[in-house]
Ligand binder design. Structure first.
Ligand SMILES: CC(C)(COP(=O)(O)OP(=O)(O)OC[C@H]1O[C@@H](n2cnc3c(N)ncnc32)[C@H](O)[C@@H]1OP(=O)(O)O)[C@@H](O)C(=O)NCCC(=O)NCCS
Length: 176
């Protein structure tokens, strides 16, 4: 899985980066998320580092030579277990810089998120909770092989005002 000579940093490799480098990357992710401040959760750089970089649950794509941030995604661990006794991670903050969209990076990041979690915890389940309005995102995840499921018992879905409905997709079955 390699596209156009980009730099891919996943899972424990992000955790192992020097703190100064983590801070630079986290600041870039914060800026990128602001492109979608009405629809995506916002994080401060230090929050990203503590909650997602350090536990090895983040994926970053950078452009070779310029180090421009192409895209980001993270897997968030839900407390407890699902009805099958598995840990459940939620795929989220899936974002590709507007300059780089429609080149296949969205697909690539989604597959990397699955691969990275399977390497860390082969038995865990990876789900995506998508607002029904996010048609593009749902289409891509289904195209990759994920399937609609009922909400795992340990996951709480909080609906924001104006958010009609969500669809929950099991991404664990994606072939990466
Ligand atoms: C959802 C999102 C991450 C997708 O990123 P992306 O990089 O544009 O996704 P891809 O390029 O993989 O796929 C999008 C399209 O490009 C096409 N594509 C795939 N590979 C391609 C390539 N090598 N060259 C050109 N187009 C390509 C895909 O077929 C797809 O086409 P379609 O729009 O006709 O279906 C991006 O739109 C985004 O950041 N959205 C804002 C944040 C958001 O909504 N996140 C999801 C929250 S649930």
């Amino acid at each position: 899985m390699k596209l156009n000579g980009e730099v891919t940093i996943t899972g424990k490799n992000i955790a192992k980066l020097p703190i100064d480098v983590k801070k630079i990357i986290a600041a870039k992710v914060t800026v990128l998320l602001k492109q979608y401040k009405d629809t995506m959760l916002q994080f401060k750089p230090e929050e990203l580092i503590i909650k997602f970089f350090d536990p090895g649950d983040a994926i970053v794509l950078l452009k070779k030579n310029t180090n421009q941030l192409i895209g980001f995604v993270k897997n968030k661990l839900w407390p407890g277990k699902n009805e099958y006794g598995q840990k459940v991670y939620e795929f989220g903050s899936w974002i590709v810089n507007k300059e780089f969209q429609h080149k296949g990076y969205g697909h690539y990041l989604a597959k990397l998120a699955v691969k990275s979690l399977k390497e860390k915890n082969p038995k865990a389940q990876l789900i995506a909770v998508c607002d029904l309005n996010s048609k593009k995102a749902i289409e891509i995840l289904k195209q990759l092989g994920s399937k609609e499921i009922n909400k795992p018992k340990n996951v709480e879905v909080l609906l924001g005002e104006g958010q009609a409905k969500v669809v929950i997709l099991d991404m664990s079955i994606i072939n990466y």
